[in-house]
Design a protein around this ligand. Structure first.
Ligand code: ZN
Length: 157
């Protein structure tokens, strides 16, 4: 049976939890399996590494350090900006908004300033994944030249 390796297309169901609290932060449950071309930086680094060698039907559980997932939380990516910069939007804690510098989250609303965080919401967290391998197949030449998976769960074009 085909094993997960560089340049294979893998389809997996997964549930991601925060090991400290057990909170589920993401899951493919109720959706199509996650489909990705292995070795093309589509996934966070540790995720593919832990799945290497797995086959259809395998169930794998692993915990990644923040470094292997969404990176450390960088204090310099937390900024205070004047509240009038938001124009017609009324910022609320927990909102995710888009800017020229990418998405950010509102983490505090102060009297005249807003604290915003450009870190990924999962930066600084260890993440536990429970993964079930649904399918592993060879990638087509098109998929390899595009650098992503086509077909069900992949990019459709
Ligand atoms: Zn393509």
């Amino acid at each position: 049976m085909t094993e997960i390796a560089e340049n294979k297309v893998a389809r997996v169901h997964y549930t991601g939890t925060l090991p400290d609290s057990g909170e589920v932060f993401d899951s493919s449950e109720g959706r199509d399996p996650l489909t990705f071309l292995v070795g093309h930086k589509q996934m966070i680094p540790g995720f593919e590494r832990e799945l290497m060698g797995s086959k259809q039907g395998d169930k794998v559980e692993f915990t990644l350090s923040a470094e292997d997932a969404y990176g450390e939380h960088m204090p310099e990516a937390v900024q205070e900006v004047p509240s009038d910069m938001f124009g017609e939007i009324t910022p609320e804690v927990g909102m995710t908004l888009m800017s020229d510098m990418g998405p950010f989250r509102v983490t505090a609303v102060n009297a005249e300033t807003i604290t915003v965080d450009f870190n990924h919401a999962l930066a600084g967290h260890s993440l536990t994944f429970n993964v079930e391998v649904i399918e592993v197949r060879d990638a087509s030449e098109d998929e390899l030249s595009h650098g992503h998976a086509h077909g069900p769960g992949g990019i459709d074009h």
